[in-house]
Ligand binder design. Structure first.
Ligand code: ZN
Length: 182
């Protein structure tokens, strides 16, 4: 492999400072380190010449590189942190959606166990299909609650002294039934 190639836009001295969190951070860091190494070499070379102007220029360049690196390290840390937070938020969202899908699938399959029937002269309720009983006794559920609130509420028989045969304990809708003896 050797020295990783640094894209031109990422070379030291360019004004490009925007990082993309896609695994290229290492390459950027190596680019900065090689920039500092160069600045240190330049400083050493300048120091050997004992030329004040060259030493000052090399010192200045070294400081620039170090300042640059410090800023970039902070930027990298921030970006990495943001990426982690984004990942966590996305994961949470995904889990929430999966829960919601499971919940809906459960409701749909529960809803499919019932069929709409005329319980008394055009009054409707849902009746448990005999084929879906799965050991449960036959019963009816409130049409309004199931269709409008996605809520399964079993209709309860009213005492014979009451006006109607059955009632929904949730929405209080009362039902006449063809088959309850009054
Ligand atoms: Zn109801």
């Amino acid at each position: 492999m050797g020295t990783p190639s640094i894209p031109a836009r990422r070379r030291i001295g360019s004004s490009h400072t925007t990082f993309i969190y896609d695994g290229e951070i290492l390459m950027d860091a190596m680019g900065f380190i090689s920039g500092i190494t160069q600045a240190v070499s330049a400083y050493r070379a300048a120091a050997q010449t004992l030329d004040d102007a060259k030493i000052a220029a090399a010192t200045n360049e070294l400081q620039v590189q170090l300042t640059h690196l410090g800023a970039e390290v902070i930027a990298m840390q921030n970006q990495s942190l943001q990426a982690t937070e984004r990942e966590r938020a996305l994961l949470r969202e995904k889990n929430d959606l999966e829960d919601r899908i499971r919940e809906l699938e459960k409701k749909v399959s529960e809803r499919e166990r019932y069929e709409l029937v005329d319980v008394h002269k055009g009054a409707f309720a849902y009746r448990l299909k005999a084929t879906s009983a799965d050991g449960e006794p036959g019963h009816y559920v409130c049409q309004g609650c199931l269709d409008n609130k996605a809520m399964k509420v079993v209709l309860q028989r009213q005492p014979v002294t009451m006006n109607k045969d059955a009632i929904c304990p949730q929405c209080r809708t009362e039902y006449w039934f063809n088959w309850f003896t009054r």
